[in-house]
Design a binder for this molecule. Sequence first.
Ligand SMILES: C[S@@+](CC[C@H](N)C(=O)[O-])C[C@H]1O[C@@H](n2cnc3c(N)ncnc32)[C@H](O)[C@@H]1O
Length: 184
Amino acid sequence: MGTLAYIKNFIRDRDVAAITPSSKFLVKRVCKWIDFDTPRRIVEYGPGTGVFSKYLLENMHKDSELIMIEGNASFVQSLRQYCEGDERAVVVHDRAENVRQIMNTHGVERADYVLSGIPFSFLDEDVKHELISRTRDVLTSDGKFLVYQNYNHMEKPLRRHFDSVKREYEILNLPPMFAYEALK
Ligand SMILES: C[S@@+](CC[C@H](N)C(=O)[O-])C[C@H]1O[C@@H](n2cnc3c(N)ncnc32)[C@H](O)[C@@H]1O
């Protein structure tokens, strides 16, 4: 799915929140925080057209697992087509806020990583904190919450819920993005 289809979805659905997928520079900057050598469970919020998901599936261990939670039906359809036949991948048409129920439905309790591209700034303050807290709960004791956002509004709430937060900035993305690695 190219930029044109992305723009069409952006016009119809404000939650899409971008007119083009993330750049390969941002994907690499965020995914360097992931250990690809051992089996891991990764949950992705808001995969969109799947630029991160495809990188994860190409690089992750054969026994790893990727659960993608996407709110836009059109993106879900194209992600399902892409993932067809890959038993490591599950595409769920739902909202990230329901992560706990979604994981329960799939018979899993904890994730090693949660990677998020959803526009947290669109959520009410209490919903934002609740989702960050819920995300912390579904992570393993050494799990990581990896987030990218176009302005630095997530550092403070992440620091409130996580023991350690690292922040970087990727200029080679439209728009440039803040990337965060939050550790329990
Ligand atoms: C800025 S786009 C990022 C897409 C992709 N990850 C990328 O980096 O190119 C945000 C994505 O999150 C999805 N989204 C927004 N809010 C969501 C929510 N609460 N739960 C699940 N998906 C959501 C949108 O439909 C869209 O696909």
